[in-house]
Design a protein around this ligand. Sequence first.
Ligand SMILES: [Zn+2]
Length: 416
Amino acid sequence: MSATRDRLLAWIDGERAAMVEFLQAFVRCRTPNPPGDTRAAVALISAFLDRHRLPYRTIAPNPEMPNVVGSFEGGKPGRHLVLNGHIDVFPVANDGDGWSRDPWGGEIVDGVLYGRGVADMKCGTTASIMTYMLLHRIKDELGGKLTLTAVSDEETFGPWGARYLMEHHPEVHGDCCLNGEPSGLETVRFGERGPLWVEFSVRTPGTHGAYTHASKSASKIALALAAELEELTRLESRLGDNIQTAIDDGRAAMDRAMGAGAGDLVSRVTLNIGTIHGGAKVNMVPSHCTFEADFRMPCGMTKADLLPRIEAIAARHPEVTMRVTGYTDPTWCDPHHEMMGIIQKTVQSLDRPAPTPILSLGGTDARLWRAIGVPAYVYGPSPNSMGSVDETVAIEDFLHVVRTHVRAAHAYLTRS
Ligand SMILES: [Zn+2]
């Protein structure tokens, strides 16, 4: 068995240049979402899979947002592992202003690869593709089944990617899911909070700016309401002992991975006012103001818990109407599952400290597997640069993520 594991690592070492070139080419395929057109990147992935004679098909309910799904059986019966990663990335703001390198150039400088989406999550999706490619070479030695899902339409919780596959293609559900979204090499994510997005609209008659006695101001009401909603960030949720202990034990690791204060937020509601628009002119009392709030619900809380509290605060202002524009409930799975142990041991065998189980503050497609009871774990590169200028992944970190996914998938498919 260990001879096979060594052979897998030797293949990764021997083919590292080709793997790095693939990641560079992947970054150069522009896949910002919006608009979410991923066809160029899907062509790259398809060409790679064709070159290695690997089975796959594309499933494209939206022709501009295809998904790549591949699957093969091992030599004996066993469990079904699903590899999941997304192809679309955040857009580049202001034409790349502030970047020190071309955000779509895939340049490597001092051992670090620059590019929009390299951390979130072309590094992790490449790890999934390489895992699929290398394990196919030894498929007769494996038990069970391995499935690759490289999907579009993730960044906006869209309907055409993983959500479509989960609803229409139960063959991608599997027994366990491994995902390479950015987690930081020191942590493995076993759950995530859930977003609840609400748009608030304030309407008043409005009037001349000097006649403040004649109409309430829609923007002043909006500002007051936004401040009152902050009350909700005092709400906390706690889960059963077993899971809560893992969450509490992970707080220090969350601070290290995401910055001081991150661990403190994990069991709380957070509120971001993402947009605010109101008024027409400085010397008019505004007749309308609209703002969008992004609440994040901790594990153990649902929309049914939080929404009535939001409605009660909004109801203090009769001029306000509100509507929910998106939500997903928080998801989590067993922090002591076999796959968690496999990832931790694998990372240790690669001479790094065992990663700590934590919850994610943001959202990933892994939630879709957890939501139907399939445990799903996230292990990928540092999240620190994702979505910002100069998004980067160190080449050595990329190769470490590839090694971890390959060995963890191999371990899972060779145990019974
Ligand atoms: Zn992502």
